[in-house]
Structures are given as C-alpha cells and as structure tokens.
Design a protein around this ligand. Structure first.
Ligand SMILES: Nc1nc2c(ncn2[C@@H]2O[C@H](COP(=O)(O)OP(=O)(O)OP(=O)(O)O)[C@@H](O)[C@H]2O)c(=O)[nH]1
Ligand SMILES: [Mg+2]
Length: 444
C-alpha cells in the first residue's frame, strides 16, 4: 500500500544524504518535496500541513543544519514525525473485565466478520478463552459466515434465536460467557451502506446492555480519504475506542492509514493485510514508519515466524536432526509450518530493501512461491496418503507402493518420485550440517 510513497521518500532522502552540508534553501526545497509526496499519497491536506509544520521547525534548527551528518539527521526527524503521526506508541485493546468485551462495527463489506474471526484466532493463540457473537442478526448468511469461521479456528460462536433482538442477544451472550468462564467476548455486527440513525440507535442499544470495554471501527483502507470521513462520523456518533484498518494489502495509496489517527484521535490497534485468518497484525506506529521509509520491520518478521512455528514441533525437529532420523512425517510438519507463514511476497514488505528492488523480487518470487505452493500442496497430499510405517521409513517405498500412493493422492507417479527425491536431498543436507556442526565444535 505504501510502495509509491516509499519510493518518493527514499528518492528524496538519497538526494539529501548526498549533500555534505545542508543550507536553509536545501531544507526548504526538501520540505516541499516531502509535502508533495504526502499529498500524492492521498494524505489529508490538514494532516500534511501539520506534519510539515512540525518537521520544519526542527529541520531549520541547529539539529540538522549544524550536524556532521545532516542527511541522516533529516531522515531521523522524518521518521520521528511519521511515528508521531501514526500514534507514537502502540495502543492496545482493554482485556480486563469479566469477561472483557469488544464490539466490532463498520460499513458494509469493510471486513467486520473476517476481522472478528482473525481477532478470535489471535487471542486464542495467546491462550484466551474467547466467545464470538454473531450480531448481524438480519442476515442469516452473516451468522452462517461467522459460524463457519468459528469452526475453522475452533472458537465457539453464539448466534441469535429466531426473532431475538440485538440487545437481548448481547445480554444472553454475556450471561453465557460468565457461566463458561470466557475471558473475551467479540461481537460482530451488521453493516450498512452508510451510517444512519437506525444503525446508530441499534448500536447504542447494544452498548447499553454490554457496556463494552472496546468499541472498534473496522475501516476499509482501500477507500482512502472516504474511510477517514466514515471514521470521523462513527466516532462522533458512537464513541470509538480504536480502529482496525483492513485491506492494507491493496494498492490504494496509503493516505487513509496516514491520516486516520490524526483526524479522528482514535488509535489504530490492528491492521488487516489479507483475507486469511492469519492476516492480522498488531499496529506499532514506529515499526510502520520504518516500513514506509524502507528501513524494514524485522521485528514483526521475526514475530510472524515465531507465531507460525510451533515450538514443540521445532524442538522435535531439532532432536530428530541430532539423531539423524529425519523422516517424511517431519517433512510434512515443515511443509505445514511454511504454509502458515503466508506467501513470500507479503513478507517482502517487512524487509529493509528499496521498493523498486522489492518490486522486482516480488515479481520473480511470486512465480517461484506459487510453484513452491503447488509443490507443498501436492507433497502434503502425497505424504497423507502414506501409511505411518511408510512415513517413518521411506526406504520401503518401492514401485508398487509409490503407484498406490499416487492414485490415493490424485497425483502423477512422477510427483511421488519427485517428493522422495527432494526429501532425500533435504536429509543429506541435514546430515552434512550436523557433521559441520560437530567439526566446528571440535575446533572450539
Ligand atoms: N484483501 C483483503 N481482503 C479483506 C480483508 N479483510 C476482509 N477482506 C475481504 O473483504 C470482504 C468483506 O469482508 P467481511 O468480513 O464479510 O465484511 P463485513 O464488514 O463483515 O461485511 P458485511 O457483513 O456485509 O457488512 C471479504 O471478501 C473478505 O475476505 C483484508 O485485510 N484484506
Ligand atoms: Mg459481516
């Protein structure tokens, strides 16, 4: 979403860094360029004015002009200012309460139901006992959508009884949550094409009963400035505690994400970066600023890897490698964990590389990762068609067993051969690495 802004800002920085010293005119000129870059990214005019105003005073002071590395100093100030614009420190969701409650609201198609599922899965991973409530009571399909999501992630969903009003469902959900010692209740609600009195009074009635700790607007970042106006009007009428911006993976110019905090005064708590359950990221203003400025966000990348990799199975794998007995079950484990990390292209945004280069790498690896994804899907099916004995002892896979497995998993026999070849290669590599490790140990 921030690609073109990143490119312009990095071009500006490169020019600034090229100067040994900066004159006042240099700074004025650079400031004009930054201003233009922000406006082109669809950032609200008022926000741009404030941003440049804050930057100007400091840039024209001795901090930059008299610095030995004025370029670096300038970049640092832009980074500070951008972090401030995005909200300075991380805002969190209030999870105190018995149970803690969170209402999601927003216009049609902004991503409420999907986000409800993502949030429930997020806190379930952190060990919370969560209940989802299908509060979009007018559309049976919406209740169904959340129920299916709940099944997928293993979280209970409470839906409306025939004819039940929203506040009654809200109350029943609270009682049920208390009985079953839930720690967090997440309410999905119905959307509208625009914010109207009926929606507002419905939400107000639900709020009176639930007394929610968190009232979160789910806003579609792809709508640009329009989503900022929507957020302002929701905040005015229902008093929000935070925002979740969805569809940050889209190709909108990022203006909404950069303006919304400052225009509404509401903190961004999470962002949605895709349609899948795991495509949700806690929002850290400083990390987002670094990402926009092309300095990467290695911390989030590491956290994503930690989240995808299940510690138990990583330990198991470590032990297996030590004992040289890597088998196809471990291989399957590995494939499944890689799949959880998501496509390579999404991870690229978190690496500190220039956007032009990132574009090329994405185009290249997009194909590669699609191929890798195809292979991973086939490999999973193939290994799942094997008996436990075959998985643990791949040596016994003769021609007739391979044929049976190919038929069972719906692939060509050559795919089975390819998988076994890759597995043997991986095993050889791991043996080599083990040997190297031992040799190194004998040196120290
Ligand atoms: N690319 C992308 N798509 C998203 C994201 N979040 C949601 N979507 C998609 O947006 C569409 C609408 O999502 P829903 O969760 O059904 O939206 P909603 O706000 O519940 O919609 P209504 O119930 O009709 O008001 C779906 O196709 C989602 O897959 C996101 O972060 N990125
Ligand atoms: Mg919905």
């Amino acid at each position: 979403m921030f690609d073109s802004l990143s490119t312009s800002l990095q071009g500006i920085f490169k020019r600034v860094r090229g100067h040994g010293r900066l004159s006042e005119e240099n700074v004025q000129e650079t400031m004009r360029e930054v201003r233009l870059a922000l406006l082109e990214a669809d950032v609200h005019v008022g926000v741009v004015k404030e941003f440049i105003g804050g930057l100007k005073d400091r840039c024209l002071g001795h901090e930059v002009l008299e610095s030995v590395t004025p370029g670096q100093q300038f970049v640092k100030l832009v980074q500070d200012q951008l972090t401030k614009l995005l909200g300075s420190s991380q805002a969190t969701i209030d999870l105190n309460g018995d149970p803690a409650t969170l209402i999601l609201l927003g216009l049609h198609g902004s991503g409420k139901t999907t986000t409800a599922g993502k949030l429930a899965a997020y806190w379930k991973r952190q060990g919370k006992n969560v209940l989802l409530v299908a509060g979009d009571i007018r559309r049976p399909a919406a209740v169904e959508q959340l129920t299916i999501l709940g099944q997928q992630i293993g979280v209970d969903v409470l839906g409306p009884q025939p004819g039940e009003a929203l506040p009654d469902l809200g109350q029943r959900a609270l009682e049920s949550a208390r009985r079953s010692a839930r720690e967090l209740v997440i309410y999905d609600t119905g959307g509208r094409f625009q914010i109207d009195d009926e929606l507002v009074s419905e939400l107000a009635a639900l709020k009176r009963v639930v007394k929610p700790h968190n009232v979160i607007l789910v806003a579609d970042a792809a709508l640009g400035q329009e989503s900022v106006a929507i957020a302002e009007s929701f905040h005015e009428r229902v008093n929000l505690t935070g925002l979740i911006l969805t569809k940050l993976d889209g190709d909108a110019r990022g203006g909404a994400a950069l303006s919304i905090r400052s225009m509404t005064g509401c903190p961004i708590v999470f962002t949605g970066t895709g349609e899948k359950i795991e495509d949700l990221e806690p929002f850290y203003p400083d990390r987002m600023a670094s990402r926009i400025l092309g300095m990467g966000d290695v911390v989030s990348l590491v956290e994503k890897a930690e989240q995808a990799i299940d510690v138990d199975s990583a330990e198991r794998m470590g032990r297996r490698l030590q004992s040289k007995s890597l088998n196809l079950e471990d291989f399957l484990d590995q494939l499944q964990q890689m799949k959880k990390m998501g496509p390579l292209e999404n991870l690229m945004d978190m690496l500190p590389i220039p956007p032009q280069l990132a574009g090329v790498v994405k185009a290249e690896t997009g194909g590669v990762s699609a191929q890798a994804g195809d292979f991973a899907r086939k490999a999973e099916a193939i290994i799942q068609s094997m008996t436990p004995r075959e998985r643990r002892n791949p040596k016994i896979l003769d021609g007739s067993r391979r044929k049976r497995i190919a038929a069972g998993s719906g692939v060509h026999p050559s795919d089975v051969n390819e998988l076994i070849r890759r597995f043997q290669q991986a095993r050889k590599m791991s043996k080599k690495m083990l040997k190297m490790q031992k040799n190194l140990k004998s040196f120290v």
